[in-house]
Design a protein around this ligand. Sequence first.
Ligand SMILES: Cc1cc2nc3c(=O)[nH]c(=O)nc-3n(C[C@H](O)[C@H](O)[C@H](O)COP(=O)(O)O)c2cc1C
Ligand code: SF4
Ligand code: SF4
Length: 379
Amino acid sequence: MMDAFERFGLLINDRIVRTPVAIASMAGWVDAAYVLERADHIGAAFIGGYSIDRPTMDAAKAISEEGNRKEFLYDDPVGELRGQMALLEKSSVITGLNLRGSSPESFSALARSLGESIVYEIDAHCRQPAMVAAGCGEYYLKNPAHLVAVVRALKSEGVTVSVKIRAGIAGDDRLLARKLWQAGADILHIDLMDFGSTKLRQIRNSCPLMIIANNSINTFERMREMLSHGADIVSLARKSDIRTLSGLDAAITLYASEEGWYNSPKQLCRGGDIRALTFCCMPVKECPLIPTLSRIGLPKEEYIRLKLDSVKGTPLQDGNQTCFGSLAWCCKTSSPCMFRDMTLKQRGLSKKEYMRLKRELSDTIMSRVFHDVPSDESS
Ligand SMILES: Cc1cc2nc3c(=O)[nH]c(=O)nc-3n(C[C@H](O)[C@H](O)[C@H](O)COP(=O)(O)O)c2cc1C
Ligand code: SF4
Ligand code: SF4
């Protein structure tokens, strides 16, 4: 497991996530047995959706009786979920419960009963009319104050919270992300629909939450596209078969072992998110750097100081033969440069180690950018 931590650096609920491949919930299908069959190829899974109070349990029954969709049906949600959790207890897969509830109290009461060992994922995604009418699923995206109240209720029980959303439904996904961050959410699980990586980058640039990208991420190419625009993990639902999951797991593990930074961003001028500031040079020319710094409220002088201070005493500090005298300003390894490569060689630094250090620098920059939790943005 330490290998996995060195490779991906991912923690959820204080546990190491073995690989950035997850299963997303499908009501009536994804339960503990479904996850256990695929456990060797995933790092996390969200089972459910499970309805947790009378209005949502009635809605699940109504949907199931219509005959087009399967639902998990039971009379005792706590008993059902305890049973599912017990089955997964010994698994290394980090598990979340995808939950449909109609009030903050329903969620906090469940958290009191089930405890902190599991992740609580609020289903703000479901668009089945009966669920929305019961006051959950997409209802929350159209009534963000209610969603924020649920996040706060869960956080007051000290549990880890994920919010599953569908992009493009809330008025402004960036603002929603910031509100969820402010409310204390830990993970944003985004069904990107057809919006793709541009939407993902916008959300990445708005909050420091762990991001799980979802929707048709069934190939390694698409996975890398999502990871290079800000996702920490990708999730699959409809194509969560063993062949697809094991292929993604193997490919990203190899990529991380060879490249050193499994979700490295594209450079800023190639459409990358703000983690890519780690690859940017001094703000001296006309390029996307200066407008980006002003958009995120990082004065030029502070950006320069931040990068130089962060690499002090590390192998990135020097670089006499590079453009700006330090590897702190140097580009991604995918951009060919003999001066950078010569410096790396002289210092005995592999490209993989260089990228690992650039990731650390990026983490420091992100901590500075998202240092202050936003004040009330409810307007
Ligand atoms: C049959 C079915 C049931 C689903 N049930 C849920 C659910 O209960 N909760 C939820 O958040 N998403 C649910 N989803 C959405 C999926 O988790 C996922 O966001 C969507 O299918 C897109 O991802 P994919 O392209 O990997 O399938 C469901 C999807 C399907 C196909
Ligand atoms: S500083 Fe360099 S890498 Fe960054 S946006 Fe400008 S040209 Fe691109
Ligand atoms: S030396 Fe090469 S890698 Fe470094 S900033 Fe200049 S062009 Fe980029």
